[in-house]
Design a protein around this ligand. Structure first.
Ligand code: ZN
Length: 161
């Protein structure tokens, strides 16, 4: 396992639609392990493959709750509802935080590293983190959704994804 370099905006890889994952092999598992190490090293709550320069539809989320680390490969949003507006940050935009409105509830399906399909329902902050990461796989950055950027004195406790 290893800590990878985080791609900082602007970079082409951050703004493209990533490719579907087809091989659920050891190489994939290694990338996911590296993504975890990198996310922890940079104190994030989520990380998408393009953020370490990899063109592949996979992302991880870990908000330190009882879900543990959620690995999403080829994830799809099936259902959303409600609305939440809260501060959001991104490891590819160090020091930048803004308020983003997203659905409060999300239902997704995705594959795990062994190629097993699963569905997951989430709400609140976990739903936010999941949607932020899936956006990355479509080249959509949180800055396109920010309604208001936050000042330094408003940043306490805001984590990056
Ligand atoms: Zn991000």
């Amino acid at each position: 396992m290893a800590i990878r370099k985080i791609v900082i905006h602007p970079a082409e890889i951050l703004e493209k639609t990533c490719k579907e994952i087809v091989n659920f092999d050891k190489k994939l598992a290694r990338i996911l392990d590296d993504m975890y190490d990198t996310m922890i090293e940079y104190d994030g709550v989520g990380l998408a493959a393009p953020q370490i320069g990899i063109d592949g539809r996979m992302a991880i989320v870990d908000i330190d709750d009882d879900h543990g680390t959620i690995e999403m490969i080829n994830p799809r949003i099936i259902e959303t509802s409600g609305e939440q507006t809260d501060p959001e940050g991104c490891l590819s935009f160090p020091g930048l935080y803004g308020e983003v409105t997203r659905p409060n509830f999300v239902k997704i399906d995705a594959f795990d590293r062994k190629g097993r399909k699963y569905t997951l329902e989430a709400e609140g902050f976990l739903a936010r983190a999941i949607q932020h990461e899936i956006d990355h796989l479509d080249g959509i950055l949180f800055t396109t959704k920010v309604s208001r950027y936050l000042e330094d004195d408003e940043l306490k406790g805001v984590e990056s994804e």
